[in-house]
Write a new protein. Structure first.
Ligand SMILES: [Ca+2]
Ligand SMILES: [Ca+2]
Length: 377
C-alpha cells in the first residue's frame, strides 16, 4: 500500500514537472511576427540597412520584451502599435535589447548578430545602379603590404546635390584575402553632427564586404553634397608574390553593392554608385617618402605568436607612439614617446588585462602608421 502511494506521488510529481516544462517552452517559443534581435526592419537578416530603421524610430518607447535576450532567435514581444512607414515592421523589432526604449544600445546588437538570417529572408534590400551619386575619393591610390588605403566616401556633388536624405546604407565589396582590418570614421559628414546623426561600419573577414550606414536620428531630412565618411583599409602585411617580385602589382577593386538611401518616409532615393580600382604594390614601388619605406621595411615585431612579451625594434630612433587593440578592437595599451622617440620597446602584456587572441599593434612614427597582427597565446 505504501509503495503504491509512493508511485502515485512520483507520477503526480512527474506530470507537474512536464506541465511546467511545457509552459516554459510555450513562453520561449515564438510563432508569429517574432523579434530577432538586430533585424530591425524584420526582413530576415541583421545587417547595415537595419540602421535605417533605427534612425527612424530612435528615441521611441513601448512595452519592454519579457525574457528578452540578444541571442539570434525568434522572441515573442507585444506590439508597440507604431510601424516603419514603408516596410511596415512594428517598432518592437527595433528595440533589439527589449528594454522598451530605442537607444544606442540597440544598434550594437546589429553588429553582434551581423549577417545572421532566418526563414523570412528572401534577399538583400538595396540597389545596384551605376552612376555618379555615391563614389569614392581615394586619398592614396596605392598601398604596400602592411600599409593602408584611405578614401573618403562622397554622396552628391555641387552640380548634383542629394535632396531630402534621412539615411543611407551600402556595402563595399573587397578582395578580403588582402584585407587585414577596416576602420570607419564618421566624424566629418554633411548628413549631420554628433547627436543628430549616427554612423555604423562593420567588417569581418568571414564576409566579402565592409558595410556602412549613416542615418539622421531626429526625424529631419537634409539636402547637400560631399563627404559622408572616411574609410581606411589596412592591407595584410604579407602578400605572397608581391614580396618576391618587386615589380608586381595587384589590382584592388572596391565596388558599391546594395545601396539604399531613404527619405523620412523610407522612400527610396534611387542612389546610383560607382566604385574604384586601387592598386597594391611592393613597398619599393611606392612613390612615398624614403622614411616611410624604411620604416615599413625596418620594423620588427617578435616573437609572434607570443606568450607574454612583444619586442618592437626599428633601425632608426623614430617610434612616436604605440597602441595595442584586442580582438574586440578595444584599446588595451598605449604609450606616447613624444620628444623622446625610441628605436626599441618591450611590451609586457602581463601589465594589463589581455585575453589570448589576435591583437592589432599600431606603431606610429612621424611619417607613417603601421599595423601588425600579433597573436597572444
Ligand atoms: Ca534586416
Ligand atoms: Ca532598447
Amino acid at each position: 500500500m505504501m509503495k503504491k502511494q509512493g508511485n502515485f506521488l512520483q507520477y503526480v510529481t512527474l506530470i507537474f514537472v512536464l506541465l511546467c516544462g511545457l509552459q516554459f517552452d510555450l513562453r520561449a517559443q515564438c510563432s508569429e511576427d517574432c523579434v530577432w534581435p538586430g533585424d530591425m526592419n524584420a526582413n530576415g537578416i541583421a545587417n547595415n540597412l537595419d540602421v535605417l530603421a533605427y534612425g527612424i524610430a530612435f528615441g521611441e518607447t513601448g512595452p519592454a520584451r519579457a525574457d528578452a535576450t540578444t541571442t539570434w532567435e525568434g522572441q515573442t514581444a507585444e506590439d508597440w502599435g507604431q510601424n516603419l512607414p514603408l516596410l511596415g515592421a512594428d517598432y518592437k523589432h527595433i528595440d533589439a535589447d527589449g528594454n522598451g526604449v530605442i537607444e544606442l544600445n540597440d544598434q550594437f546588437i546589429i553588429a553582434v548578430n551581423y549577417n545572421q538570417t532566418n526563414e523570412n529572408f528572401v534577399g538583400l534590400l538595396g540597389n545596384n545602379l551605376a552612376g555618379d551619386d555615391l563614389f569614392l575619393v581615394p586619398q592614396n591610390t596605392v598601398a604596400a603590404p602592411g600599409g593602408s588605403l584611405f578614401f573618403d566616401v562622397h554622396l552628391g556633388t555641387e552640380s548634383n546635390p542629394i535632396n531630402d536624405l534621412y539615411g543611407i546604407g551600402f556595402q563595399l565589396e573587397l578582395d578580403t584575402q588582402y584585407v587585414q582590418e577596416v576602420f570607419f570614421d564618421f566624424s566629418e559628414s554633411w548628413v549631420g553632427n554628433d547627436e543628430e546623426y549616427f554612423g555604423f561600419g562593420k567588417y569581418t573577414d568571414e564576409i566579402d564586404h565592409a558595410s556602412v550606414a549613416v542615418t539622421r536620428l531626429d526625424g529631419n531630412t537634409v539636402s547637400g553634397f560631399g563627404k559622408i565618411a572616411q574609410i581606411e583599409i589596412v592591407i595584410t602585411d604579407v602578400i605572397l608574390g608581391l614580396e618576391v617580385d618587386t615589380t608586381a602589382c595587384l589590382p584592388f577593386p572596391v565596388q558599391f553593392k546594395n545601396v539604399l538611401a531613404i527619405d523620412a518616409e523610407e522612400g527610396d532615393l534611387m542612389i546610383r554608385s560607382r566604385g574604384d580600382s586601387l592598386t597594391l604594390k611592393h613597398p619599393s614601388q611606392l612613390v612615398l617618402s624614403n622614411s616611410f619605406v624604411s620604416f615599413l621595411n625596418d620594423i620588427k615585431v617578435s616573437p609572434n605568436p607570443t606568450m607574454r612579451f612583444i619586442n618592437i625594434e626599428t633601425k632608426h630612433k623614430n617610434i612616436e607612439r604605440l597602441l595595442l587593440f584586442d580582438s574586440n578592437a578595444k584599446l588595451v595599451f598605449q604609450q606616447n614617446f613624444d620628444e623622446e622617440k625610441v628605436a626599441s620597446f618591450r611590451l609586457d602584456t602581463q601589465n594589463f588585462y589581455c585575453l589570448p587572441g589576435v591583437h592589432i599593434l599600431v606603431i606610429m612614427s612621424e611619417e607613417a602608421v603601421l599595423r601588425k597582427r600579433v597573436i597572444l597565446l
